[in-house]
Design a protein around this ligand. Structure first.
Ligand code: UGA
Length: 437
């Protein structure tokens, strides 16, 4: 283990990042890449020890390279010692805010961090919330810190897991919410070197922009999944529909890929968080409520489609599942629609053999296997739930040979119809006409 003293112990850091989850770690590594001196702080000693040796716990394209670059240059260091933030002019909070059963968020990590850093912060330091926090957190933080000399800002992240480094360094916009332009400029200085518009606003609006963005995107996905279900009944092709919709610049082509339903650690939490916030403000947000309800209907629709495609009663069916992460490019299975569907199928009595190239956690499943073909052996059908590129390149002849029945349900539309046909497979995709041989 690297026990050397931090190079930043002698040269103060420009910014301290509290919390080294995927937002904190990406932010720390990218800011160091931009030339800032960054100290990342976490209470998890084992994680910090691993990070100081360049070992990162998440699958995130390009992140290991940037962490190594930051460590080598001396611009990035990791510590469990909060006292080191005493000379740091900016402190960013990248802490979890787990959701509670009523849709509200648990702010205890932020409260605890505020209590810890309060006596340590340098006079006039700026404390910034970076990971998603409920609207109004800046006010709560101001109360918890209770030091009039400190500045507070909200600077929400818009990082997608799997492409977080790219999203950080090439963002569509940087949003900074603060009460004075001087505070905004202090936060903006961190991003020198990034070519993107900077939107400055008040902290409440900055916090709400994040919730509105995630809920809008989730709503767009619920809508396109609804249209894909309609295509199944009308014989229309969802690919033609999304091309037609996406070429209208007012709609745009992004986030129009139908799938098994949306999930992950952010969309479900944030759509519920927004409607919870609205209820507390005695307001109704029927569109946001419907986005969530529609997603539940879609997950159920996918489960029923699988049940109907099965050549046997579902409680006698053995299903091969490809993909358990909530999307490709990450090892994250939190709130994964794939796992949700596996659980629904298991409740109906199906037996599942699942394969995922990266998933970090598969406890909800009966059986996980180490390669995609083992999952298919003697299965009654294959269901593709995550869009890993390797699945598009799989040997479909081998799949056809191993399956007990040649049925494939590809919820991500990544398998080529002609290749499946050539291999003798009956390929079904959401919202797409099934080609018969
Ligand atoms: C999301 C947002 O996209 C980020 O901007 C935001 O910063 C992040 O949440 C967060 O709040 O931290 P992420 O959860 O990593 O990012 O995942 P997305 O890429 O947005 O995908 C969310 C879900 O939508 C996944 O289940 C994905 O498979 C699904 N999806 C996405 C589709 O089904 N179709 C699409 O066209 C796009």
């Amino acid at each position: 283990m690297n026990n050397d003293p931090s190079p930043l112990a002698t040269t103060p850091a420009d910014v301290a990042i509290i919390g080294t989850g995927y937002v904190g770690l990406t932010t720390a590594a990218c800011l160091a890449h931009l030339g800032r001196r960054v100290l990342a702080v976490d209470i998890d000693a084992a994680k910090i020890a691993a990070l100081r040796n360049g070992r990162i716990p998440i699958l995130e394209t390009g992140l290991d390279g940037l962490v190594a670059e930051g460590l080598d240059s001396g611009r990035l260091d990791f510590t469990t010692d909060y006292r080191q933030i005493a000379t740091t002019p900016i402190v960013m909070l990248c802490l979890p805010t787990p959701h509670q059963p009523d849709g509200g968020l648990d702010l205890s990590y932020i409260n605890a961090a505020a209590t810890t850093i309060r006596p340590l912060l340098a006079p006039g330091a700026t404390v910034v919330t970076k990971s998603t926090v409920p609207v109004g957190t800046h006010q709560q933080l101001t109360n918890w810190l209770d030091r009039p000399d400190l500045n507070i800002a909200a600077n929400p992240e818009f990082l997608r897991e799997g492409t977080a480094v790219h999203d950080f360094l090439s963002p569509d916009r940087i949003v900074i919410g603060a009460h004075t332009s001087q505070i905004s400029q202090t936060v903006a200085s961190l991003y020198e070197g990034i070519d993107a518009p900077i939107q400055t606003t008040d902290p409440t609006s900055a916090e709400l922009i994040k919730y509105a963005a995630n809920t809008f995107l989730a709503t767009k996905l619920s809508f396109i999944n609804e249209i894909s279900r309609l295509c199944d009944h009308l014989g229309a092709d969802i690919e033609a529909i999304t091309t037609g919709l996406g070429s209208d610049h007012r709609i745009g082509p992004a986030f129009l890929r139908p799938g098994p339903g949306w999930g992950g650690s952010c969309f479900p939490k944030d759509t519920r968080g927004l409607t919870h916030l609205a209820r507390n403000a005695s307001q109704q947000l029927p569109v946001a409520e419907a986005a969530h309800a529609s997603n539940q209907i879609h997950l159920d629709h996918v489960t029923t489609t699988i049940t109907n495609l099965s050549p046997r009663p579902i409680n006698e069916t053995r299903i091969a599942v490809w993909g358990t992460t909530f999307k490709a490019g990450t090892n994250d299975t939190r709130d994964s629609p794939a796992l949700d569907i596996c659980e629904r199928l298991t409740r109906r009595g199906a037996t599942i053999a699942a394969y995922d190239p990266a998933a970090s956690n598969d406890t909800a499943l009966a059986q996980t296997v180490d390669d995609p073909y083992s999952a298919c052996r003697n299965a009654d059908l294959l269901v593709v739930l995550t869009e890993w590129p390797a699945f598009a390149e799989a040997d479909l002849y081998k799949v056809a040979h191993l399956l007990a029945a040649p049925i494939v349900y590809d919820t991500r539309s990544i398998i080529d119809h002609n290749n499946a046909n050539d291999a003798g497979l009956q390929l079904h995709q959401i919202g797409r006409p099934t080609l018969t041989q």
